[in-house]
Structures are given as C-alpha cells and as structure tokens.
Design a protein around this ligand. Structure first.
Ligand SMILES: O=C(CO)COP(=O)(O)O
Length: 272
C-alpha cells in the first residue's frame, strides 16, 4: 500500500485537491463542452487542476498533457451506468457495468481510479452487481497500490441527477466508506451544517461533485467555499467548469479558492 500512500500524498500535496472531470461521455454522451477532448483539455490542463479525470480511451487522445513533470495527475474512470440518459428519453431499469480494470488504468499511467456506486435506481440485482464489482476493483486497486475513489449516488427515476437529501447522502457515503474507498466523491447537501454531518460519517477525504451547470459562476464558487468550510477536501468539477464561458480563467479561480481560501469577490475578479 506504499504506492497508494505516495499517490494520495501527491494528490493532496497542498492539503486539498482540485480535480477536473471529463469522463461524462461514458455515461451521458458528448455533452456541450467536451465534444472535442483535445480542445477542452488544452484550455484547462495548465490552469491549476491537480488532476484530470477521464476514461483510459480519452487519455490516448490527450496524452501529451501528461508528459511533463509539472503535469496534472491522472484519474481513470473504470465504469458506467445508464441512469443519466434522460436527455435521450430512454428510461429503462438501469444497469451498472464495469468497463476497465485497474490494470488498464495503470497501463495508461493513472495515479488513481474512480468508480460509481449507484444506489436506488435499478433492480436489487444491479445494485448487488455494482457492490460486488466495487469489491473486486477495490482489491485490485489495493494490490496495485493505487488510490480507489468511489462516487456514491442515490438516484431515482424522478431525480436521475442524484438525490441530495441529507440522510440518503450520509447513507451512501458510509456505504462507500465501508467498501474501502480511499477518497469519496459526494454531492453537496446544500448547507454547511448538513454537510458537516456527511463529513463526520465518512472514513476518507471527500471531494464534492460539481453537479449540473449552475446559473452563475458565483453560485458554483459559493457552493465550493461552503463545502470546504464544512470539511470537504476539494472538488471534482466537470460541467460547471467546461460549460462556463471562460474555462481557463474559471479553473484559475477554482484553484485559488481550493488552495488559498480565496473569497468569492476576489475569485470573481479573476474572471473579469
Ligand atoms: O466527477 C464528476 C463526473 O464524473 C463530476 O462532474 P460534474 O461536475 O459535471 O457533476
């Protein structure tokens, strides 16, 4: 497990971590902002993220961004689920599928792996399969000494983006902790008071999920600051970054909020 300790220490070298997620194509298709991986990664990679999260297939398209010593770290997405297809009006019972192995992730140079735990959507069989897949992937990650990240989500047909109700977020956070996650990627529950409770039931550092695009950058940055004050150790953000007008400037602002506790007013000046 020394490898895992070294990689965790590098990811959290500054105490917190700012991760950019670009793996949405595997679950939601080519969303606006990530249609062209080469273009979006070029805008973001040098503007402050500690790590980029993507599928091993995408890494092959943008590998040059990881060649130098100061490059962001790389987090490989291993799995998918079909619960986020509302855009295509396809509502079926829900599946979970693990696609890549930890060995595939190591092969493309990953520093950590990330998986979903989707609770509440598909049948119990799907949920059971998801849990046992995570058990196997967790063991493989431990064997290779690479941090294992779980993104636990409570999803329903009425709320496919994921339910942010405190009790349910606490439930899935603890479930993912007990499976052995080294890092958790969790939905923000909307207030500092409630999120402290989530932090308190977790066994490992929490990065909040960025979530669907907010109306303004200010709204997103405020959520981020509140989450950090409540004990989150950083953020994994996708849509709120690469669907913004100027992702390069916003990345710089997020990095300073995460690492330097910059207040919202100062952060917004970076965007001017
Ligand atoms: O990690 C994420 C997806 O894998 C978070 O993405 P969003 O910020 O778009 O919710």
């Amino acid at each position: 497990m020394v490898g895992s300790e070294i990689r965790m220490a590098r990811l959290f070298e500054k105490g917190r971590a700012f991760v950019v997620a670009l793996d949405h194509g595997l679950v939601m298709g080519p969303l606006k902002g990530i249609e062209n991986p080469i273009e979006v990664v070029a805008k973001i990679a040098k503007n402050g993220p500690d790590a980029l999260q993507m599928t091993p297939a995408m890494v092959k398209l943008v590998k040059e961004n990881f060649f130098s010593r100061g490059s962001p770290m790389l987090i490989a997405r291993l799995d998918t689920a079909n619960v986020w297809r509302q855009k295509y009006k396809v509502y079926n019972e829900g599946y979970y599928a693990s696609i890549y192995t930890v060995k595939d992730a190591i092969n493309i140079g990953a520093d950590a792996v990330v998986t979903y735990l989707v609770v509440g959507y598909g049948s119990d069989i799907v949920e059971g399969y998801n849990l046992s897949a995570l058990g196997s992937l967790r063991k493989e990650a431990n064997d290779y000494g690479i941090p294992f990240i779980i993104e636990p989500l409570y999803v329903t047909k009425d709320n496919p983006d994921s339910v942010k109700e405190l009790d349910l977020v606490k439930y899935v956070t603890r479930l993912a902790s007990e499976i052995g996650a080294d890092i958790l990627k969790v939905d923000y529950t909307g207030s500092k008071e409630s999120f402290r409770q989530v932090v308190n039931v977790a066994f490992s550092p929490i990065l909040i999920r960025g979530g669907p695009k907010t109306n303004t950058n200010e709204e997103f940055l405020k959520m981020l600051r509140d989450a950090l004050e409540a004990g989150a150790k950083g953020v994994t953000v996708g849509r709120n970054l690469w669907q913004a007008d100027e992702p390069d400037k916003l990345a710089k602002a997020i990095s300073k909020v995460v690492h330097e506790n910059l207040d919202i007013g100062e952060a917004l000046k970076i965007l001017k």
